[in-house]
Design a protein around this ligand. Structure first.
Ligand code: GLA
Length: 400
């Protein structure tokens, strides 16, 4: 009898654990949207966020797939006597629900920010001790996405803290994408599948192409290197998050912006624009909304690209796509342009080496409106600008 009870308990516990870690259908492709932090930092307010939503619709970003409008830190100022989170009523006089309603009325989704510690990174009230209450509030407001930070963690276990909030969000009854922002310290890629839909892999992105800064901020290239080996951990519903985009924030050159965006697409990264959309130039918009490049990011197979070859400053990355296709990115980290002659049998690089399948491919230049370049048996030549990329798509030849 005892044995039967024990078996029953084991079966029930297994069921509960499997259910708790089970996948849902949110974020089957990397989430796309906009977030306030990279351009506005703490200086957020409701009019500015409404403006962003209006612009995302008007400038074509919504059509290109940008869906979430996310307010980062600094919307919250305290807690009331019942423990409810209090919104900054000077900056958000209509309240967060009205803002979420407005964003929903535009056919977009609304995201918010909190922290697993007792304070957020900007010193505002965090959710520690209030996880279920906060999650209920978010659901009442119509929140669709929660970014959950890791400042003032007070030596909690990240696994425990993020599971608690995951459970709180589930208990709220509203489907909410859960973005883990723990900066990669505990290797969340090894434990966060089934906990969050995306997890930051590094410290904060800085507005620079190369280099690092003393507090742990990482440049574009630095983040790419830190994500290169993480491809086995990404897939539909669970993504490595190399942080929000710095495209259009005034420091990167056009080629660098394009490389940054392309490599985030190759990495199957969430695409959260981080620039002020009110004064975006045409070039930035054309980068952020290039549908052919975005298609590489949003490919339904959900495979993260990997670095296939690296010869000093020259790299070849490959991302397997659905239907036997592949995206190949030639990434030049060098200060000098790189001319890459692809000749069968005469060069170090061959598409034949890159192949995963014994096939011949048609080759298309993705940034150039998918212009046909020839087949993988032809001699091809690519000019890759300094700090730039060339991105091609390989389509199995004679594919119907
Ligand atoms: C941390 C996060 C950033 C941003 C700030 C807000 O640094 O990593 O992305 O959310 O906090 O204070």
């Amino acid at each position: 009898m005892k044995k039967r009870i024990l078996c029953f308990v084991i079966v029930v516990c297994t069921f509960i654990i499997v259910r708790a870690e089970g996948a849902d259908s949110l974020a089957l492709t990397p989430p796309m949207g906009w977030n306030s932090w990279n351009c506005f930092s703490c200086d957020v307010n409701e009019q500015q966020i409404r403006d962003m939503a209006d612009l995302i619709v008007a400038n074509g970003m919504k059509d290109a797939g940008y869906t979430y409008v996310n307010v980062d830190d600094c919307w919250q100022v305290g807690r009331d006597a019942d423990g409810n989170i209090v919104v900054d009523s000077v900056r958000f006089p209509s309240g967060i629900k009205a803002l979420a309603d407005y964003i929903h009325s535009k056919g977009l989704k609304f995201g918010i920010y909190s922290c697993a510690g007792s304070l957020t990174c900007a010193g505002r009230p965090g959710s520690r001790g209030y996880q279920f209450q906060d999650a209920r509030t978010y659901a009442e407001w119509g929140v669709d996405f929660l970014k959950y930070d890791w400042c003032f963690d007070e030596a909690q276990s990240p696994q425990g803290a993020y599971r608690t909030m995951r459970d709180a969000l589930r208990a709220s009854g509203r489907p909410i994408v859960f973005s883990i922002c723990e900066w990669g310290s505990s290797k969340p890629w090894t434990w966060a599948k089934g906990v969050g839909h995306l997890w930051r892999t590094t410290g904060d992105i800085i507005n620079a192409f190369k280099g690092t800064v003393h507090w742990g901020g990482c440049s574009v290239v630095d983040i790419i290197d830190k994500n290169a080996d993480l491809y086995p951990y990404a897939g539909p519903g669970h993504w490595n998050d190399p942080d929000m985009l710095q495209v259009g924030n005034g420091v990167l050159t056009t080629d660098e912006n394009r490389s940054h965006f392309t490599m985030w697409c190759m990495l199957a990264a969430p695409l959260l624009a981080g620039n002020d959309l009110r004064n975006m130039d045409k070039e930035t918009l054309s980068i952020l909304t290039n549908k052919d490049v975005i298609a590489v990011n949003q490919d339904k197979l959900g495979v993260q690209g990997r670095r296939y070859m690296k010869i000093e400053q020259h790299e070849v990355w490959v991302k397997q796509l659905a239907d036997g296709e592949a995206a190949v990115c030639f990434f030049n980290r060098d200060e000098q342009p790189w001319t890459f002659e692809y000749k069968i049998g005469k060069d170090n690089y061959h598409f034949a080496d890159i192949r995963f399948w014994e096939l011949e491919y048609d080759v298309y230049d993705i940034w150039n409106k998918n212009k046909y370049l020839g087949t993988s048996s032809d001699n091809l030549s690519f000019k890759v600008p300094a700090h730039g990329v060339v991105l091609v798509k390989l389509t199995p030849k004679n594919k119907k």
